[in-house]
Design a protein around this ligand. Structure first.
Ligand code: NDP
Length: 291
């Protein structure tokens, strides 16, 4: 076959989906997993099982890592570090930008090159590049050499040379995802305390979430200019609204910790003298500056 051969290390749900996507696209795949039994089905589907990490590294230049985090990578690769020279490690495990930067230096010290990845979809999105994407960062020429093969998994979005960037973009999206999703869950707890089911509330939750892109588009240029005029919203008005959310949660007998954290940010904004500015001025509170 003329398709580039690939090694996949780490066969959780993600690594398994990646192995299957490569096989389906005609790429020879060598696999290794700490718990060897997880490689059995994939071997039956055409993957080659490596007996050791060294053998897995020796098999291919392109090595996909799909492990829980970067500590797992060191646990797997440190003992086999002498086999790293000349390899390209495409690390699709999630972790912090700082961990990714450290790993790039560590790989370099062993003669390997490191690409950081941030996969934006669950395993079901792997092998569907038309509807899924992964952030990449690290040496541009290494990315470009292997982009076509990586695009078997998902579309690729190269963010830049800094190895931390792919992890950073991923974490920024997760910051929005988890604060939004826990906000939704909190509202459902208050709804439930008042006899409203998640299903009954779904159309209303959906319409709130669907309104957000309009707000993002409106406020983004102002935020980039550092301007927070109180022409359409004033922090004092918004803070009163947040107080009502906290009180509604408490009156309903539910835990108000989450909206109280939001209330705390608004109160600090007011204490900084921003009552006449937009709520977007809270970005200065989050930056930790008092300007
Ligand atoms: P899992 O945590 O299920 O997979 C873990 C893999 O890491 C397994 O192969 C496991 O081996 C291995 N592993 C963990 N610790 C060690 C260790 N100390 N030594 C050796 N091997 C170790 O993760 P997923 O497959 O779900 O995901 C992989 C990565 O992709 C994660 O970083 C995750 O955050 C990221 N991701 C996952 C998404 C998802 O929806 N699943 C979505 C986007 C990103 P063993 O089988 O022996 O336990």
């Amino acid at each position: 076959t003329s398709k580039q051969s690939v090694t996949v290390i780490g066969l959780g749900p993600m690594g398994q989906a990646m192995t299957r996507a490569f096989l389906a696209a005609g790429h020879p795949v060598t696999v290794w997993n700490r718990t060897a039994a997880r490689a059995e089905e994939l071997a039956a589907e055409g993957a080659t099982r490596a007996a050791t990490v060294e053998a897995a590294l020796a098999a291919d230049e392109l090595v996909i890592l799909s492990l829980t985090d970067y500590d797992a990578m060191y646990a797997v690769l440190e003992p086999a570090a002498s086999a790293l020279a000349g390899r390209v490690l495409v690390n699709l495990s999630s972790d912090t930008p700082a961990k990714a930067r450290e790993a790039a230096v560590w790989a370099d010290g062993h003669g390997a090159r490191h690409l950081t990845g941030g996969v934006q979809v669950p395993p079901s999105g792997i092998g569907r590049p038309e509807e899924s994407a992964t952030f990449y960062s690290g040496p541009r020429e290494v990315f470009e050499t292997h982009a076509a093969t990586l695009q078997v998994l998902t579309a690729t979005d190269y963010r830049g040379e800094d190895p931390g960037l792919a992890a950073l973009y991923y974490q920024l999206q997760m910051d929005i995802f988890w604060t939004s999703m826990t906000g939704w869950l909190h509202a459902l707890a208050v709804a439930g305390a008042n006899g409203i089911s998640a299903g009954e509330f779904l159309p209303y939750a959906t319409s709130t979430v669907a309104s957000l892109p309009g707000f993002l588009a409106f406020y983004t240029p102002r935020i980039d200019k550092g301007e927070h005029p109180g022409d359409v919203d004033r922090l004092a008005m918004c803070a009163a609204g947040v107080d009502h959310i906290v009180h509604t949660a408490r009156d309903s007998g539910t835990d108000a910790t989450l909206p109280a954290a939001v209330q705390d940010a608004f109160r600090r904004g007011l204490a900084d003298g921003r009552s006449g500015d937009s709520f977007t001025s809270l970005i200065e509170v989050f930056k930790g500056s008092n300007s």
